[in-house]
Design a protein around this ligand. Sequence first.
Ligand code: BJ8
Length: 384
Amino acid sequence: MPEFHLPEHFETYPEARKKAFLTLKELKEQGHRIVGVFCTYTPWELIEAADATAVILCGVGDDAIPAAETRLPQNLCPLIKASYGLALTDRCPFFYFSDMVLAETTCDGKKKMYELMSELKHCHIMQLPPGKTGVKALEFWKAEVVSVKEDLEQFYGITITDERIRQAIHLRNRERKAVLDFFEVARLKPSPVSGYEINTVIAATDFYPNLEEKISYLTRRTQELKDLYEKEYKGKPSRPRILITGCPTNGVMDKIIRRIEELGADVVGFENCCGPREKKDPIDETKDPITAIAEKYLRVNCSVMSPNPGRLEALDVQIDEYQADGVVEVILHACHTFGIESYNVKKFVTEEKKIPYLMINTDYSSGDQAQIDTRLSAFIEMLS
Ligand code: BJ8
């Protein structure tokens, strides 16, 4: 039975981050535009159309959390505290190099944190409608998309043409397809790629300033993994297959994703913002580009939307597509929206899909590692 392993010359997330920092420094010195972002709702196409590079600013470690807690409540989501702490202490080179920040009013914690972050740097905050249904929601959101375009134009003193947005949409749709193909390698049984590699590669390639390079890297790696499957994996027994859902997992990659695989199961898929959530849904290239962008991002299945039935529909499809034997839901401390949705997620997974479910509520510290290991071991044993 294949065991947890990483490819030779595997680049860890901190290594990829360090490399990206050096690339960005060079770009910045050459006068390149850089925009910091946080969320799947961000219309990256407009940043691309402004000839700028988007960089992810989400904090993934707990080093800067004490600094953040001098201004933010302790019982707040670690992702929010880590992100703000890095910006506040000037320890995030990506925040430092960003000319401006593009963010959205998703959960309460994030939107109130952005008010404080605006004191540090120009932040354009998109107002997200509370639900995605109804004509008014789309009209409202479309006006927010237009406001991003106008702010980028004013901030950089440029004009963003429809033609340039169309080109950016086309490029990003190609990128989406390359990312999705990479994720879908893990649909093979047994999976020739570890979930830890998937999570790391996707998080690391988000730092690639050149999307063409990202597309060719992912296309090459996808083909290598398919060949590896044919050569070494096909026909062999599979370890238990786990689908991850809930909050983003970049900050708990080692603590949860890697541990699941070291303890004897394969993480084969992610129904979260580190997975194919928005990659499966390209932007319509035949429509007016602003309308198409607004429609696309309003379809994102995040728990901040009420109601959010699309998430259970996505789970339904992904459990089948990735042949999952069990679901592990990761809830970051004080994430009320995913925390509350977990009731229906558990019900759906256990009653409708009839497979086991485990919820782990955690933060970015290592204090609960032993307890998490015990729970994961028992869960994996049940699946074996
Ligand atoms: S589209 S999942 S990236 S908001 S975990 S900060 S919700 S308290 S990260 Fe997210 Fe955009 Fe949604 Fe995706 Fe708040 Fe919850 Fe923390 Fe969260």
